[in-house]
Design a binder for this molecule. Structure first.
Ligand code: NAD
Length: 588
Protein backbone atom coordinates (compact mmCIF):
# COMPACT_ATOMS: atom_id res chain seq x y z
CA UNK A 1 0.00 0.00 0.00
CA UNK A 2 2.67 2.53 0.98
CA UNK A 3 5.64 3.46 -1.13
CA UNK A 4 9.04 4.06 0.43
CA UNK A 5 9.66 6.98 -1.92
CA UNK A 6 8.34 10.48 -1.36
CA UNK A 7 5.65 9.94 -4.05
CA UNK A 8 2.08 9.86 -2.79
CA UNK A 9 -0.03 6.73 -3.26
CA UNK A 10 -3.86 6.81 -3.37
CA UNK A 11 -5.83 4.21 -1.42
CA UNK A 12 -9.24 3.75 0.22
CA UNK A 13 -10.09 3.31 3.89
CA UNK A 14 -13.38 1.63 4.84
CA UNK A 15 -14.97 3.41 7.84
CA UNK A 16 -18.25 2.70 9.70
CA UNK A 17 -20.78 3.95 7.13
CA UNK A 18 -18.52 5.53 4.47
CA UNK A 19 -15.39 4.89 2.40
CA UNK A 20 -12.64 7.46 2.68
CA UNK A 21 -10.31 8.38 -0.18
CA UNK A 22 -6.74 8.81 1.11
CA UNK A 23 -3.15 9.34 -0.02
CA UNK A 24 0.01 8.37 1.75
CA UNK A 25 3.75 8.74 1.31
CA UNK A 26 7.03 8.09 3.06
CA UNK A 27 8.14 5.11 5.10
CA UNK A 28 5.44 3.56 7.38
CA UNK A 29 8.17 2.64 9.87
CA UNK A 30 8.62 6.35 10.61
CA UNK A 31 6.19 8.32 12.83
CA UNK A 32 2.83 8.79 11.09
CA UNK A 33 1.37 12.26 10.52
CA UNK A 34 -2.33 12.41 9.56
CA UNK A 35 -3.58 15.57 7.83
CA UNK A 36 -7.22 16.72 7.90
CA UNK A 37 -8.33 19.35 5.39
CA UNK A 38 -10.85 22.16 5.79
CA UNK A 39 -13.90 23.48 3.94
CA UNK A 40 -14.38 23.50 0.97
CA UNK A 41 -11.03 21.80 0.34
CA UNK A 42 -9.96 18.20 -0.17
CA UNK A 43 -6.82 16.32 0.90
CA UNK A 44 -5.07 17.91 -2.11
CA UNK A 45 -4.72 21.19 -0.17
CA UNK A 46 -1.92 19.43 1.75
CA UNK A 47 0.05 18.33 -1.30
CA UNK A 48 2.98 20.76 -0.93
CA UNK A 49 3.30 20.11 2.82
CA UNK A 50 3.12 16.31 2.39
CA UNK A 51 5.79 16.25 -0.30
CA UNK A 52 8.16 18.20 2.00
CA UNK A 53 7.67 15.79 4.91
CA UNK A 54 7.41 12.45 3.08
CA UNK A 55 11.20 12.06 3.03
CA UNK A 56 11.34 11.75 6.84
CA UNK A 57 7.88 10.69 8.00
CA UNK A 58 4.93 8.50 7.07
CA UNK A 59 2.39 11.06 5.86
CA UNK A 60 -1.32 10.45 5.27
CA UNK A 61 -4.17 12.74 4.17
CA UNK A 62 -7.79 11.77 3.59
CA UNK A 63 -10.89 13.34 2.13
CA UNK A 64 -13.33 14.08 4.94
CA UNK A 65 -16.80 12.52 4.39
CA UNK A 66 -18.73 14.64 1.91
CA UNK A 67 -15.55 15.84 0.14
CA UNK A 68 -13.43 14.76 -2.85
CA UNK A 69 -13.37 11.02 -3.44
CA UNK A 70 -14.98 10.01 -0.13
CA UNK A 71 -18.62 8.97 0.32
CA UNK A 72 -21.10 11.88 0.53
CA UNK A 73 -23.81 11.02 3.07
CA UNK A 74 -27.11 12.81 2.44
CA UNK A 75 -28.39 13.38 5.99
CA UNK A 76 -27.11 16.34 8.00
CA UNK A 77 -26.88 14.11 11.11
CA UNK A 78 -24.23 12.02 9.34
CA UNK A 79 -21.83 14.97 9.62
CA UNK A 80 -21.88 15.04 13.41
CA UNK A 81 -18.47 15.40 15.07
CA UNK A 82 -19.06 11.95 16.52
CA UNK A 83 -19.28 10.42 13.02
CA UNK A 84 -16.15 12.36 12.01
CA UNK A 85 -14.43 10.81 15.03
CA UNK A 86 -15.48 7.34 13.76
CA UNK A 87 -13.74 8.25 10.50
CA UNK A 88 -10.44 9.33 12.01
CA UNK A 89 -10.39 6.17 14.16
CA UNK A 90 -10.80 4.12 10.96
CA UNK A 91 -7.92 6.09 9.41
CA UNK A 92 -5.68 5.54 12.46
CA UNK A 93 -6.55 1.82 12.52
CA UNK A 94 -5.50 1.60 8.87
CA UNK A 95 -2.29 3.65 8.90
CA UNK A 96 -0.92 3.61 12.45
CA UNK A 97 -2.67 0.83 14.38
CA UNK A 98 0.01 0.24 17.04
CA UNK A 99 1.52 3.68 17.60
CA UNK A 100 0.01 7.10 18.39
CA UNK A 101 -0.02 9.30 15.28
CA UNK A 102 0.55 13.04 14.94
CA UNK A 103 -2.44 15.01 13.74
CA UNK A 104 -2.51 18.22 11.68
CA UNK A 105 -5.72 20.09 10.85
CA UNK A 106 -6.54 23.19 8.84
CA UNK A 107 -9.81 25.16 9.01
CA UNK A 108 -12.62 22.58 9.54
CA UNK A 109 -9.92 19.93 9.71
CA UNK A 110 -8.55 21.82 12.73
CA UNK A 111 -12.03 22.16 14.28
CA UNK A 112 -12.30 18.36 13.95
CA UNK A 113 -8.73 18.01 15.21
CA UNK A 114 -9.64 19.79 18.45
CA UNK A 115 -12.48 17.32 18.89
CA UNK A 116 -10.07 14.41 18.31
CA UNK A 117 -7.39 15.87 20.59
CA UNK A 118 -9.88 16.39 23.43
CA UNK A 119 -12.32 13.47 23.23
CA UNK A 120 -11.61 10.48 25.51
CA UNK A 121 -12.42 8.25 22.51
CA UNK A 122 -8.97 9.07 21.11
CA UNK A 123 -6.99 8.92 24.35
CA UNK A 124 -3.70 7.19 23.56
CA UNK A 125 -4.22 7.21 19.79
CA UNK A 126 -2.62 10.62 19.11
CA UNK A 127 0.90 11.89 19.85
CA UNK A 128 0.44 15.61 19.04
CA UNK A 129 -1.92 18.02 17.34
CA UNK A 130 -1.02 20.96 15.11
CA UNK A 131 -3.94 23.36 14.67
CA UNK A 132 -4.07 25.85 11.82
CA UNK A 133 -6.93 28.34 11.42
CA UNK A 134 -9.65 26.43 13.18
CA UNK A 135 -10.60 26.77 16.86
CA UNK A 136 -12.40 24.22 19.01
CA UNK A 137 -16.16 24.84 18.93
CA UNK A 138 -16.22 24.02 22.65
CA UNK A 139 -13.57 26.62 23.44
CA UNK A 140 -15.38 29.25 21.36
CA UNK A 141 -18.66 28.36 23.08
CA UNK A 142 -17.13 28.82 26.54
CA UNK A 143 -15.34 31.98 25.38
CA UNK A 144 -18.60 33.55 24.18
CA UNK A 145 -20.64 32.47 27.18
CA UNK A 146 -18.08 33.83 29.66
CA UNK A 147 -17.90 37.15 27.87
CA UNK A 148 -21.66 37.42 27.48
CA UNK A 149 -22.02 36.79 31.23
CA UNK A 150 -19.64 39.64 32.13
CA UNK A 151 -20.32 42.19 29.41
CA UNK A 152 -17.93 45.14 29.16
CA UNK A 153 -17.44 47.28 26.03
CA UNK A 154 -14.17 45.40 25.37
CA UNK A 155 -15.60 41.88 25.74
CA UNK A 156 -18.70 42.73 23.72
CA UNK A 157 -16.46 44.24 21.06
CA UNK A 158 -14.47 41.00 20.95
CA UNK A 159 -17.59 38.85 20.58
CA UNK A 160 -19.06 41.12 17.91
CA UNK A 161 -15.69 41.27 16.11
CA UNK A 162 -15.56 37.49 15.80
CA UNK A 163 -19.25 37.37 14.83
CA UNK A 164 -18.49 39.80 11.98
CA UNK A 165 -15.69 37.52 10.75
CA UNK A 166 -18.03 34.51 10.94
CA UNK A 167 -20.89 36.03 8.90
CA UNK A 168 -20.76 33.07 6.51
CA UNK A 169 -21.65 30.62 9.29
CA UNK A 170 -25.03 32.33 9.68
CA UNK A 171 -25.49 32.30 5.91
CA UNK A 172 -24.73 28.56 5.75
CA UNK A 173 -27.49 27.84 8.23
CA UNK A 174 -30.22 29.17 5.94
CA UNK A 175 -31.88 26.38 3.95
CA UNK A 176 -31.13 25.83 0.23
CA UNK A 177 -29.66 29.27 -0.47
CA UNK A 178 -26.03 28.28 0.09
CA UNK A 179 -26.47 25.20 -2.11
CA UNK A 180 -27.90 27.42 -4.83
CA UNK A 181 -25.03 29.89 -4.43
CA UNK A 182 -22.45 27.11 -4.82
CA UNK A 183 -24.15 25.68 -7.91
CA UNK A 184 -24.46 29.08 -9.59
CA UNK A 185 -22.10 31.90 -8.64
CA UNK A 186 -19.48 30.65 -6.14
CA UNK A 187 -18.62 27.42 -7.95
CA UNK A 188 -17.67 29.32 -11.08
CA UNK A 189 -15.85 32.20 -9.41
CA UNK A 190 -14.15 30.41 -6.51
CA UNK A 191 -10.72 29.99 -8.15
CA UNK A 192 -10.61 33.66 -9.06
CA UNK A 193 -11.79 34.72 -5.58
CA UNK A 194 -9.02 32.68 -3.98
CA UNK A 195 -6.49 34.17 -6.34
CA UNK A 196 -7.62 37.71 -5.64
CA UNK A 197 -8.08 37.44 -1.88
CA UNK A 198 -5.06 35.27 -1.03
CA UNK A 199 -2.84 35.34 -4.12
CA UNK A 200 -3.20 31.55 -4.48
CA UNK A 201 -3.11 30.17 -8.01
CA UNK A 202 -5.00 27.00 -8.90
CA UNK A 203 -2.64 24.01 -8.63
CA UNK A 204 -4.74 21.77 -10.87
CA UNK A 205 -5.85 19.63 -7.93
CA UNK A 206 -6.67 22.55 -5.58
CA UNK A 207 -9.36 23.86 -5.78
CA UNK A 208 -10.53 20.32 -6.60
CA UNK A 209 -12.61 19.45 -9.69
CA UNK A 210 -15.25 18.25 -7.18
CA UNK A 211 -15.41 21.76 -5.61
CA UNK A 212 -19.14 22.43 -6.11
CA UNK A 213 -20.19 19.07 -4.61
CA UNK A 214 -17.66 19.53 -1.80
CA UNK A 215 -19.03 23.00 -1.10
CA UNK A 216 -22.63 21.78 -1.07
CA UNK A 217 -22.11 18.69 1.13
CA UNK A 218 -19.66 20.35 3.49
CA UNK A 219 -22.34 22.87 4.55
CA UNK A 220 -23.67 20.01 6.68
CA UNK A 221 -20.58 20.33 8.91
CA UNK A 222 -21.75 23.79 9.91
CA UNK A 223 -25.45 22.93 10.07
CA UNK A 224 -24.95 19.90 12.24
CA UNK A 225 -22.29 21.08 14.65
CA UNK A 226 -21.83 24.83 15.09
CA UNK A 227 -25.10 25.84 16.80
CA UNK A 228 -25.18 22.75 19.04
CA UNK A 229 -21.67 23.11 20.34
CA UNK A 230 -21.76 26.87 20.80
CA UNK A 231 -24.95 26.53 22.84
CA UNK A 232 -23.72 23.57 24.88
CA UNK A 233 -19.90 23.51 24.82
CA UNK A 234 -18.10 20.68 26.61
CA UNK A 235 -16.53 22.28 29.70
CA UNK A 236 -13.83 19.58 29.86
CA UNK A 237 -12.47 19.91 26.29
CA UNK A 238 -8.82 19.89 27.41
CA UNK A 239 -6.28 18.45 24.96
CA UNK A 240 -4.68 15.16 25.94
CA UNK A 241 -1.69 15.73 23.64
CA UNK A 242 0.85 18.54 23.13
CA UNK A 243 -0.65 21.19 20.86
CA UNK A 244 1.04 23.44 18.34
CA UNK A 245 -1.06 26.44 17.36
CA UNK A 246 -0.09 28.01 14.04
CA UNK A 247 -1.80 31.36 13.56
CA UNK A 248 -1.81 32.97 10.09
CA UNK A 249 -1.17 36.67 10.69
CA UNK A 250 -3.67 37.82 8.02
CA UNK A 251 -6.52 35.35 8.48
CA UNK A 252 -9.76 37.14 7.58
CA UNK A 253 -11.97 34.45 9.14
CA UNK A 254 -10.47 33.78 12.56
CA UNK A 255 -9.94 36.45 15.24
CA UNK A 256 -6.77 35.81 17.22
CA UNK A 257 -8.71 36.77 20.36
CA UNK A 258 -10.32 33.34 20.19
CA UNK A 259 -6.99 31.90 21.28
CA UNK A 260 -6.49 34.16 24.32
CA UNK A 261 -7.62 31.46 26.74
CA UNK A 262 -5.87 28.59 25.01
CA UNK A 263 -3.36 27.68 27.77
CA UNK A 264 -6.42 26.65 29.79
CA UNK A 265 -7.33 24.06 27.19
CA UNK A 266 -3.89 22.97 26.02
CA UNK A 267 -1.63 22.04 28.95
CA UNK A 268 1.38 21.72 26.64
CA UNK A 269 1.20 24.47 24.05
CA UNK A 270 3.52 25.87 21.42
CA UNK A 271 2.51 28.90 19.39
CA UNK A 272 3.74 29.94 15.95
CA UNK A 273 2.70 32.82 13.73
CA UNK A 274 2.95 32.43 9.98
CA UNK A 275 2.89 35.35 7.59
CA UNK A 276 -0.09 34.34 5.46
CA UNK A 277 -3.80 34.60 4.83
CA UNK A 278 -6.20 31.76 5.63
CA UNK A 279 -4.77 29.14 3.24
CA UNK A 280 -1.31 28.75 4.82
CA UNK A 281 -0.99 25.11 3.61
CA UNK A 282 -0.93 26.48 0.05
CA UNK A 283 0.96 29.75 0.58
CA UNK A 284 3.51 28.75 3.26
CA UNK A 285 4.23 25.01 2.89
CA UNK A 286 7.91 25.45 3.85
CA UNK A 287 7.20 27.06 7.23
CA UNK A 288 4.37 24.64 8.00
CA UNK A 289 6.41 21.56 7.07
CA UNK A 290 9.34 22.77 9.18
CA UNK A 291 7.24 23.45 12.29
CA UNK A 292 5.22 20.23 11.97
CA UNK A 293 8.45 18.25 11.50
CA UNK A 294 10.05 19.95 14.51
CA UNK A 295 7.11 19.17 16.78
CA UNK A 296 7.07 15.52 15.67
CA UNK A 297 10.84 15.26 16.24
CA UNK A 298 10.56 16.93 19.66
CA UNK A 299 7.64 14.76 20.81
CA UNK A 300 9.23 11.54 19.51
CA UNK A 301 12.58 12.55 21.05
CA UNK A 302 11.00 13.26 24.45
CA UNK A 303 11.83 16.99 24.30
CA UNK A 304 8.18 18.03 24.84
CA UNK A 305 6.66 17.45 28.28
CA UNK A 306 3.85 14.90 28.36
CA UNK A 307 0.33 16.00 29.19
CA UNK A 308 -0.42 14.90 32.75
CA UNK A 309 -3.22 12.45 33.39
CA UNK A 310 -5.19 15.14 35.28
CA UNK A 311 -5.35 17.03 31.98
CA UNK A 312 -6.00 20.32 33.64
CA UNK A 313 -5.12 23.30 31.48
CA UNK A 314 -1.91 25.22 32.06
CA UNK A 315 -2.98 28.21 34.13
CA UNK A 316 0.55 29.61 34.44
CA UNK A 317 0.57 33.28 33.44
CA UNK A 318 2.99 32.97 30.51
CA UNK A 319 2.02 29.50 29.27
CA UNK A 320 2.61 29.15 25.54
CA UNK A 321 4.36 32.54 25.26
CA UNK A 322 7.62 32.92 23.36
CA UNK A 323 10.05 35.06 25.39
CA UNK A 324 13.45 36.34 24.24
CA UNK A 325 15.95 37.63 26.82
CA UNK A 326 19.28 39.18 25.81
CA UNK A 327 22.26 38.94 28.13
CA UNK A 328 20.54 35.89 29.63
CA UNK A 329 23.82 34.10 30.33
CA UNK A 330 24.23 35.73 33.75
CA UNK A 331 22.69 37.84 36.51
CA UNK A 332 19.39 39.58 35.89
CA UNK A 333 18.97 38.10 32.39
CA UNK A 334 19.50 34.53 33.62
CA UNK A 335 17.10 34.99 36.56
CA UNK A 336 14.52 36.52 34.19
CA UNK A 337 14.83 33.62 31.73
CA UNK A 338 14.31 31.09 34.54
CA UNK A 339 11.33 32.99 35.97
CA UNK A 340 9.59 33.20 32.60
CA UNK A 341 10.18 29.49 32.02
CA UNK A 342 8.75 28.67 35.45
CA UNK A 343 5.73 30.80 34.55
CA UNK A 344 5.14 28.67 31.44
CA UNK A 345 7.03 30.64 28.76
CA UNK A 346 9.29 29.10 26.10
CA UNK A 347 12.49 31.12 26.44
CA UNK A 348 15.11 32.09 23.88
CA UNK A 349 18.29 32.67 25.85
CA UNK A 350 20.53 35.10 23.94
CA UNK A 351 24.06 36.02 25.03
CA UNK A 352 27.39 36.98 23.51
CA UNK A 353 28.88 34.09 25.52
CA UNK A 354 27.58 30.76 24.12
CA UNK A 355 28.71 28.69 27.14
CA UNK A 356 26.88 31.03 29.53
CA UNK A 357 23.71 30.83 27.41
CA UNK A 358 23.93 27.02 27.32
CA UNK A 359 24.28 26.95 31.11
CA UNK A 360 21.12 29.05 31.52
CA UNK A 361 19.24 26.60 29.27
CA UNK A 362 20.42 23.75 31.53
CA UNK A 363 19.15 25.63 34.58
CA UNK A 364 15.79 26.26 32.89
CA UNK A 365 15.51 22.56 32.06
CA UNK A 366 16.30 21.68 35.68
CA UNK A 367 13.14 23.52 36.74
CA UNK A 368 11.14 21.71 34.03
CA UNK A 369 11.06 24.63 31.58
CA UNK A 370 11.75 24.93 27.86
CA UNK A 371 14.58 27.15 26.54
CA UNK A 372 16.92 27.43 23.57
CA UNK A 373 20.38 29.00 23.57
CA UNK A 374 21.32 31.52 20.87
CA UNK A 375 24.49 33.55 20.46
CA UNK A 376 24.54 37.20 19.39
CA UNK A 377 26.35 40.43 20.20
CA UNK A 378 23.50 42.92 20.71
CA UNK A 379 25.66 45.82 19.51
CA UNK A 380 26.27 44.18 16.11
CA UNK A 381 23.50 45.08 13.65
CA UNK A 382 24.26 42.21 11.26
CA UNK A 383 24.26 39.68 14.11
CA UNK A 384 20.96 41.05 15.44
CA UNK A 385 19.36 41.00 11.98
CA UNK A 386 20.47 37.40 11.59
CA UNK A 387 19.09 36.60 15.06
CA UNK A 388 15.71 38.19 14.27
CA UNK A 389 15.47 36.26 11.00
CA UNK A 390 16.47 32.92 12.54
CA UNK A 391 14.08 33.35 15.46
CA UNK A 392 11.18 34.23 13.12
CA UNK A 393 11.89 31.18 10.96
CA UNK A 394 12.54 28.68 13.73
CA UNK A 395 10.20 29.85 16.47
CA UNK A 396 7.85 32.51 15.09
CA UNK A 397 7.20 36.00 16.43
CA UNK A 398 8.41 36.69 19.95
CA UNK A 399 5.60 37.61 22.39
CA UNK A 400 7.88 39.17 25.02
CA UNK A 401 11.28 40.74 24.39
CA UNK A 402 13.59 41.61 27.29
CA UNK A 403 16.47 43.86 26.20
CA UNK A 404 18.70 43.20 29.17
CA UNK A 405 22.29 42.81 27.90
CA UNK A 406 24.50 45.57 29.21
CA UNK A 407 27.93 46.40 30.59
CA UNK A 408 29.18 48.60 33.40
CA UNK A 409 31.61 51.50 33.06
CA UNK A 410 32.70 53.96 35.73
CA UNK A 411 35.08 56.94 35.73
CA UNK A 412 34.98 60.72 35.33
CA UNK A 413 34.02 62.33 32.04
CA UNK A 414 37.54 63.43 31.09
CA UNK A 415 38.96 60.02 31.98
CA UNK A 416 36.49 58.15 29.76
CA UNK A 417 37.96 57.60 26.29
CA UNK A 418 36.04 57.90 23.03
CA UNK A 419 36.36 54.12 22.56
CA UNK A 420 34.91 53.51 26.01
CA UNK A 421 32.00 55.85 25.25
CA UNK A 422 31.38 54.08 21.94
CA UNK A 423 31.46 50.60 23.46
CA UNK A 424 29.09 51.61 26.27
CA UNK A 425 26.59 53.25 23.94
CA UNK A 426 26.93 50.45 21.37
CA UNK A 427 25.96 47.76 23.86
CA UNK A 428 23.75 49.55 26.40
CA UNK A 429 21.85 51.80 23.98
CA UNK A 430 22.27 50.47 20.44
CA UNK A 431 21.71 46.90 21.69
CA UNK A 432 18.30 48.01 22.94
CA UNK A 433 17.55 49.99 19.76
CA UNK A 434 18.39 46.98 17.56
CA UNK A 435 16.22 44.68 19.67
CA UNK A 436 13.25 47.09 19.64
CA UNK A 437 13.52 47.79 15.91
CA UNK A 438 13.85 44.21 14.73
CA UNK A 439 11.57 42.32 17.11
CA UNK A 440 9.21 45.29 17.69
CA UNK A 441 8.54 45.46 13.95
CA UNK A 442 7.66 41.76 13.88
CA UNK A 443 5.29 42.20 16.82
CA UNK A 444 3.56 45.21 15.26
CA UNK A 445 3.24 43.53 11.87
CA UNK A 446 1.85 40.37 13.41
CA UNK A 447 -0.95 42.47 14.91
CA UNK A 448 -1.42 40.37 18.04
CA UNK A 449 0.27 42.67 20.54
CA UNK A 450 3.27 41.77 22.66
CA UNK A 451 5.55 43.34 25.24
CA UNK A 452 9.04 44.84 25.31
CA UNK A 453 10.98 45.24 28.55
CA UNK A 454 14.11 47.38 28.49
CA UNK A 455 16.49 47.05 31.42
CA UNK A 456 17.65 50.58 32.25
CA UNK A 457 18.99 51.43 35.73
CA UNK A 458 18.55 53.67 38.77
CA UNK A 459 21.68 55.28 37.31
CA UNK A 460 19.52 56.41 34.38
CA UNK A 461 17.48 58.49 36.84
CA UNK A 462 20.10 59.64 39.35
CA UNK A 463 23.11 61.47 37.84
CA UNK A 464 26.63 60.84 39.18
CA UNK A 465 29.98 62.44 38.42
CA UNK A 466 31.43 58.92 38.37
CA UNK A 467 29.08 57.35 35.82
CA UNK A 468 28.69 59.78 32.87
CA UNK A 469 28.79 57.11 30.13
CA UNK A 470 26.77 54.45 31.95
CA UNK A 471 24.12 56.88 33.24
CA UNK A 472 23.78 58.56 29.84
CA UNK A 473 23.26 55.19 28.14
CA UNK A 474 20.62 54.17 30.70
CA UNK A 475 18.82 57.55 30.66
CA UNK A 476 18.60 57.17 26.89
CA UNK A 477 17.11 53.69 27.30
CA UNK A 478 14.55 55.15 29.68
CA UNK A 479 13.53 57.88 27.24
CA UNK A 480 13.51 55.44 24.31
CA UNK A 481 11.18 53.18 26.30
CA UNK A 482 8.75 56.01 27.02
CA UNK A 483 8.70 57.14 23.36
CA UNK A 484 8.22 53.59 22.15
CA UNK A 485 5.46 52.97 24.67
CA UNK A 486 3.53 55.88 23.20
CA UNK A 487 4.30 54.79 19.64
CA UNK A 488 3.40 51.09 20.02
CA UNK A 489 0.32 51.56 22.23
CA UNK A 490 -1.97 51.53 19.19
CA UNK A 491 -0.55 48.15 18.14
CA UNK A 492 -1.18 46.63 21.56
CA UNK A 493 2.56 46.26 22.22
CA UNK A 494 3.40 47.34 25.77
CA UNK A 495 6.80 48.79 26.69
CA UNK A 496 8.30 48.85 30.19
CA UNK A 497 11.59 50.16 31.55
CA UNK A 498 13.08 48.47 34.61
CA UNK A 499 15.42 50.51 36.79
CA UNK A 500 17.27 48.32 39.28
CA UNK A 501 19.51 49.67 42.03
CA UNK A 502 22.58 47.72 43.22
CA UNK A 503 22.04 44.07 42.25
CA UNK A 504 24.45 41.33 43.22
CA UNK A 505 25.55 39.98 39.79
CA UNK A 506 28.67 39.51 37.71
CA UNK A 507 28.50 43.08 36.40
CA UNK A 508 30.85 44.32 39.11
CA UNK A 509 33.47 41.78 37.99
CA UNK A 510 33.46 43.07 34.41
CA UNK A 511 32.88 46.81 34.94
CA UNK A 512 35.57 48.98 33.42
CA UNK A 513 37.03 51.80 35.57
CA UNK A 514 38.08 54.40 33.02
CA UNK A 515 41.39 56.19 33.43
CA UNK A 516 42.67 53.64 35.96
CA UNK A 517 45.55 51.21 35.60
CA UNK A 518 44.95 47.47 35.18
CA UNK A 519 45.93 46.83 38.82
CA UNK A 520 43.54 49.55 39.96
CA UNK A 521 40.79 47.96 37.85
CA UNK A 522 41.32 44.60 39.57
CA UNK A 523 41.26 46.23 43.01
CA UNK A 524 38.23 48.44 42.30
CA UNK A 525 36.25 45.52 40.85
CA UNK A 526 36.93 43.47 43.99
CA UNK A 527 35.86 46.35 46.27
CA UNK A 528 32.69 47.04 44.28
CA UNK A 529 31.85 43.35 44.19
CA UNK A 530 32.22 43.18 47.98
CA UNK A 531 29.97 46.26 48.34
CA UNK A 532 27.26 44.76 46.13
CA UNK A 533 27.57 41.45 47.99
CA UNK A 534 26.96 43.23 51.28
CA UNK A 535 23.92 44.98 49.79
CA UNK A 536 22.83 41.46 48.76
CA UNK A 537 19.93 42.33 46.47
CA UNK A 538 19.36 39.19 44.35
CA UNK A 539 18.70 39.25 40.57
CA UNK A 540 15.66 37.00 41.15
CA UNK A 541 13.84 39.95 42.71
CA UNK A 542 14.47 42.02 39.60
CA UNK A 543 13.15 39.10 37.52
CA UNK A 544 9.93 39.09 39.59
CA UNK A 545 9.49 42.76 38.75
CA UNK A 546 10.11 42.13 35.04
CA UNK A 547 7.29 39.56 34.98
CA UNK A 548 5.03 41.87 36.94
CA UNK A 549 5.78 44.76 34.56
CA UNK A 550 4.66 42.61 31.62
CA UNK A 551 1.52 41.40 33.40
CA UNK A 552 0.49 44.93 34.46
CA UNK A 553 1.96 46.75 31.45
CA UNK A 554 3.84 49.00 33.89
CA UNK A 555 5.67 51.98 32.30
CA UNK A 556 8.72 52.50 34.57
CA UNK A 557 9.59 50.16 37.44
CA UNK A 558 12.23 51.17 39.99
CA UNK A 559 13.54 48.08 41.80
CA UNK A 560 15.18 48.24 45.27
CA UNK A 561 15.09 51.11 47.77
CA UNK A 562 17.91 53.15 46.19
CA UNK A 563 16.07 53.14 42.85
CA UNK A 564 12.83 54.27 44.49
CA UNK A 565 14.72 57.04 46.28
CA UNK A 566 16.21 58.13 42.95
CA UNK A 567 12.69 58.47 41.49
CA UNK A 568 11.56 60.39 44.57
CA UNK A 569 14.56 62.75 44.47
CA UNK A 570 14.11 63.41 40.75
CA UNK A 571 10.53 64.47 41.40
CA UNK A 572 10.62 66.19 44.76
CA UNK A 573 14.22 66.94 45.78
CA UNK A 574 16.19 68.20 42.76
CA UNK A 575 18.80 69.98 44.92
CA UNK A 576 19.55 66.90 46.99
CA UNK A 577 19.78 64.97 43.73
CA UNK A 578 22.48 67.33 42.39
CA UNK A 579 24.43 67.22 45.64
CA UNK A 580 24.39 63.45 45.47
CA UNK A 581 25.62 63.61 41.85
CA UNK A 582 28.64 65.59 43.01
CA UNK A 583 29.39 63.12 45.78
CA UNK A 584 29.64 60.26 43.25
CA UNK A 585 29.80 56.74 44.63
CA UNK A 586 32.68 54.80 43.14
CA UNK A 587 35.19 53.48 45.72
CA UNK A 588 38.78 54.64 45.64
P1 NAD B 1 25.86 40.48 34.24
O1 NAD B 1 27.24 40.92 33.87
O2 NAD B 1 25.71 39.50 35.36
O3 NAD B 1 25.15 39.89 32.95
C1 NAD B 1 25.19 40.53 31.71
C2 NAD B 1 25.13 39.49 30.60
O4 NAD B 1 25.08 40.19 29.37
C3 NAD B 1 26.33 38.58 30.54
O5 NAD B 1 25.93 37.23 30.42
C4 NAD B 1 27.09 39.03 29.31
O6 NAD B 1 27.77 37.97 28.66
C5 NAD B 1 25.97 39.56 28.46
N1 NAD B 1 26.44 40.54 27.48
C6 NAD B 1 27.34 41.53 27.68
N2 NAD B 1 27.54 42.19 26.54
C7 NAD B 1 26.76 41.62 25.61
C8 NAD B 1 26.56 41.85 24.23
N3 NAD B 1 27.22 42.82 23.59
N4 NAD B 1 25.69 41.08 23.58
C9 NAD B 1 25.04 40.10 24.23
N5 NAD B 1 25.20 39.81 25.51
C10 NAD B 1 26.07 40.57 26.20
O7 NAD B 1 25.09 41.83 34.52
P2 NAD B 1 23.65 42.13 35.16
O8 NAD B 1 23.85 42.87 36.40
O9 NAD B 1 22.78 40.96 35.15
O10 NAD B 1 23.14 43.19 34.08
C11 NAD B 1 22.03 43.02 33.27
C12 NAD B 1 21.46 44.37 32.91
O11 NAD B 1 21.02 45.00 34.12
C13 NAD B 1 22.46 45.34 32.29
O12 NAD B 1 21.83 46.06 31.27
C14 NAD B 1 22.83 46.24 33.44
O13 NAD B 1 23.27 47.49 33.00
C15 NAD B 1 21.52 46.32 34.16
N6 NAD B 1 21.62 46.72 35.56
C16 NAD B 1 22.38 46.03 36.45
C17 NAD B 1 22.44 46.45 37.77
C18 NAD B 1 23.25 45.74 38.79
O14 NAD B 1 23.45 46.30 39.86
N7 NAD B 1 23.69 44.53 38.56
C19 NAD B 1 21.75 47.60 38.16
C20 NAD B 1 20.99 48.27 37.23
C21 NAD B 1 20.92 47.82 35.92
Amino acid sequence: MASASSGLTPFTIPARDVRLAAIEGGDPVQPTIVFVHGYPDTKEVWHDVLSRLAGRFHVVAYDVRGAGGSTRPKRTADYDLDRLTDDVIAVLDAVSPDRPAHLVGHDWGSIQGWEFATTPRLDGRLASFTSISGPSLDHVGVWMQERARRPTPATLGAVLGQAARSWYIGAFRTPLLPELAWRTVIGRRYGKLLQRAEGIESSGSHPAPTLVDDGVHGINLYRRNVGRRLRRPRPDAVAHVPVQLIVPSRDPFISTRLFEDLPRWAPVLRRRTVDSGHWAPRSQPDALARWIGELVDDVEGGAVPEVHASRSGDERPFAGRLVLVTGAGSGIGRATAISFAEAGGEVLVVDIDPAAAARTVELVELVGGVAHALTADVSDLDAMEHLAKTVAEDHGVVDILVNNAGIGIAGGFLETSVDEWRRTLDINLWGVIHGCRLFGRQMVERGQGGHIVNVASAAGIQPSKDLPAYSTSKAAVLMLSECLRADFAGAGVGVSAICPGFVNTNITRTTRFAGRSDEDNVRLRARTTAMYRRRDFPPERVADEVLRAVRDNAPVVPVALEAKLAVFAARFAPRARRLLARAGGVPN
